[in-house]
Design a protein. Structure first.
Lengths: 115, 113
């Protein structure tokens, strides 16, 4: 069965510093991985995904993620954090046992950027 | 702009009083999903429609039903809401492909009094 883990409930970073939000996965076969962001009282917004190809994926709002097959990780990164990046972040993996495009979410990481 | 729309954004109902949440999409996606999300937890999939085919998750209570009258619209019916059903309800859509992205609506926050 597929699964995804976000080991940190909360990440605190000073504005202007680089940020990393961690995600590890467990799948059979090739993984399809996603990152979403959720602001308070809003739905999830798609940031980026890894399907195949270049291990460094660039997404919205200056975010990028690095796929590392040997470490089964897909960490989200940004070179310089903004206060407006403060939100809840979810990593997700495609459920390959499903006929539809179902995805399995991690437990979420709350990112807090201090001015 | 193509999007996923949910109405209402906030819904208040009484214990046991049926409620219907609606979702519409202009993305022309084949697959529509309903999720329940409680207090910053991961969204929990309730069911999804693959075109007209309804797929219920094994642990979704019978109290939750859904209708998809056409490609664009999907409804979530809660027949007898309990206090434990208070949550954010998220609608999402995607294409059929296994690499397709799910796109979410803004959600409906349900309060049960």
């Amino acid at each position: 069965a597929q699964s995804v883990a976000q080991p940190e409930d909360q990440v605190n970073v000073a504005e202007g510093n680089p940020l990393t939000v961690k995600c590890t996965y467990s799948v059979s076969g090739n993984p399809y991985l996603f990152w979403y962001v959720q602001y308070p009282n809003r739905g999830l917004q798609f940031l980026l995904k890894y399907i195949t190809g270049d291990n460094l994926v660039k997404g919205s709002y200056g975010f990028e993620a690095e796929f590392n097959k040997s470490q089964t990780s897909f960490h989200l990164k940004k070179p310089s954090a903004l206060v407006s990046d403060s939100a809840l972040y979810f990593c997700a993996v495609r459920d390959k046992d499903s006929s539809a495009s179902k995805i399995i979410f991690g437990s979420g990481t709350r990112l807090s950027i201090r001015p | 702009d193509a999007m996923v729309i949910q109405n209402p954004r906030y819904q208040v109902t009484q214990f046991g009083k049926p409620v219907t949440l609606s979702c519409s999409q202009t993305l022309n996606h084949n697959v529509m999903y309903w999720y329940q999300q409680k207090s910053s937890q991961a969204p929990k999939l309730l069911f999804h429609y693959y075109d007209k085919d309804f797929n219920n998750e094994a642990d979704t209570p019978d109290n939750f039903q859904s209708r998809r009258p056409n490609t664009s619209f999907c409804f979530l019916d809660i027949r007898s809401p309990g206090l434990g059903d208070a949550a954010m309800y998220l609608c999402a859509t995607s294409g059929r492909g296994n690499t397709d992205t799910q796109y979410f609506g803004p959600g409906t926050r349900l309060t049960v009094l």
